[in-house]
Design a protein around this ligand. Structure first.
Ligand code: AMP
Length: 513
């Protein structure tokens, strides 16, 4: 089943109900959206001579035309490559080349960069700026019928955020995206046509994926102003489009949780904030729960199994009397309905509760493989299980706690140290606002623990930071060095780039030699 079928159906069933909104204004009803999608699909096929299976990239900030382009690509039987528009031009060029993209839909802001890439990327033949006259020409084409891709045909090439080396294109099929959507209904929320989804984070990542179940049920897709969502705007959008859910990286939830307008505001119309993609520390989560109440749900996933491995539901967050509540709030929750999740050793043997190993996943939501990379695919899908590269352990209740990415693990004096627990300990210090712990090569210990610390106000004495650790974790895990920094390097999805921090340490070591 084609993912664009949902738009087509709603266009017939409820043509006058709002489908897409820009702020508080309706941008398109379902009838209008269905017509635009079918017309642009026809334009892509006829005017740009694209054939089923061809890749069409979208390089634009979140805006209504993004959604129109995405569903038009599917309607036409093509494959969408949503590219994070905040990437550098060379990074975008890499993705367009790797995916063999033939056409790009972009916006004014990126038009010049993309036009230059038409020369550089061999397969790239056309770029269309939306909104604008080129887009209008596509949208004026005579609507075409829905293409009929097979369930295992690629629908979305999801480029990993590249925290480790070059990004790879996870091939997400129509079946994968359907499973991710159904799984949302099973584990996160039911959705109805009177509700809404807010695209506050890039559509090329989690927000795009969580948009799917909302389109499936006919909810309104709402686009906030491009300047970064603030509390006052969120309140007005929630009032206009009640029953609102949105996906946000932990860093954004943290920022919104202390927004004065939201702390004091009426959040009745806010249904769910889905957070994930990076660790949410307990202190931040408690602040977010104080502001938002039981509206938070956590997901743990990867592009390779589109945001579907485990979840910590709203009910889990609200169950404060549970004897393991604190531990659960530091975990990533329970396996999703549609997947099997295991923790395995280096030889892929299943480990028992309490033992730490690599998290592996199997199910219909798991990607077909990496685009054009048979070796990496074989490695990632060894034995039919997706190897996530994340380390974790189950408890006796079946709740999964992530320790870290395997490459972030620090081994010092033969002991495993998981940066996350050191970070949690340091964050209990009232002046520490964020922290990242990495290993530094050490001739005696193999690696030693280094903490990059961001503080609010004057630097606390190092003994206080040591004390925060010694009160909570084993002595050998305490950082050997604290480095105070203004901010931590993050990628465009708000993930801390530990690789950059390690590189900084390496350079420092080299310059001292
Ligand atoms: P990406 O495919 O770019 O979204 O990156 C996926 C990676 O982000 C996972 O393999 C985890 O390392 C990390 N991640 C995703 N969700 C969570 C979460 N809820 N808590 C901690 N880390 C997460």
């Amino acid at each position: 089943m084609n993912r664009a079928t949902w738009v087509d159906r709603h266009g017939r069933k409820m043509p006058d109900r709002p489908a897409v909104a820009e702020g508080t204004q309706v941008h398109a009803t379902w009838g209008q959206l269905a017509r635009t999608v079918a017309a642009v699909a026809s334009g892509l096929r006829e005017q740009l001579a694209l054939v089923p299976g061809d890749r069409v990239a979208i390089v634009m900030r979140n805006r209504p035309e993004y959604l129109e382009a995405m569903y038009a690509v599917w309607h036409a039987g093509l494959v969408v490559v949503p590219v994070n528009a905040r990437l550098h031009r060379d990074e975008i060029a890499y993705i367009l080349t790797d995916s063999g993209t033939r056409a790009v839909v972009t916006d004014d802001e990126h038009a010049e960069d993309i036009a230059a890439l038409v020369e550089r990327v061999d397969t790239l033949e056309a770029s269309v700026v939306a909104p604008g006259p080129q887009w209008d020409r596509l949208a004026a084409a005579a609507p075409t019928a829905l293409a009929d891709p097979a369930p295992d045909d690629p629908a979305w090439l999801f480029y990993t955020s590249g925290t480790t080396g070059r990004p790879k294109g996870a091939v997400l099929t129509h079946r994968n995206l359907l499973m991710a959507s159904l799984s949302y209904f099973a584990d996160i929320d039911a959705v109805s046509a009177t509700e809404s989804v807010l695209h506050a984070a890039p559509l090329s990542h989690g927000s795009g994926l969580y948009g799917l179940p909302h389109v499936a049920r006919g909810a309104v897709s709402v686009f906030p102003s491009p300047d970064g969502l603030g509390g006052a705007e969120l309140l007005s959008l929630v009032a206009r489009w009640p029953g609102m859910s949105f996906f946000a990286a932990p860093i954004m939830v943290k920022r919104l949780a202390t927004d004065a307008a939201l702390v004091a505001g009426d959040l009745t119309g806010l249904k769910t904030i889905i957070y994930g993609g990076a660790p949410m520390y307990l202190a931040d989560l408690e602040a977010a729960l104080a502001t938002f109440g039981p509206r938070l749900a956590q997901i743990y996933g990867q592009g390779e199994t589109p945001m579907t491995i485990t979840a910590l539901s709203k009910a889990d967050h609200a169950d404060r009397d549970h004897p393991h509540w604190r531990e659960r709030m530091q975990s990533v929750g329970f396996p999703r309905t549609d997947v099997e999740v295991r923790v395995v050793d280096r030889d892929d043997r299943q480990l028992s509760a309490g033992e730490v190993g690599e998290v592996v996943v199997r199910g219909d939501v798991v990607m077909g493989g990496y685009w054009g990379q048979p070796e990496a695919t074989k490695e990632a899908l060894k034995g039919g299980w997706l190897h996530t590269g994340d380390l974790g352990s189950f408890d006796d209740d079946g709740c999964l706690t992530l320790r870290d990415r395997s490459k972030d693990l620090i081994i010092s004096g033969g002991m495993n140290i998981y940066p996350r627990e050191v970070e949690e300990a340091l964050l209990t210090h009232p002046r520490v606002t964020s922290v990242a712990v990495v290993g530094r090569p050490d001739p005696e210990w193999g690696e030693s623990v280094v903490a990059f610390v961001v503080v609010d106000g004057p630097r606390p004495p190092l003994e206080e930071l040591d004390r925060a650790c010694l009160d909570r974790i084993a002595r050998f895990k305490r950082p050997k060095q604290y480095l105070f920094v203004e901010s931590l390097p993050t990628n465009n999805y708000g993930k801390v780039l530990k690789r950059s921090l390690r590189d900084m340490l390496h350079q420092d070591d080299a310059s001292q030699r």
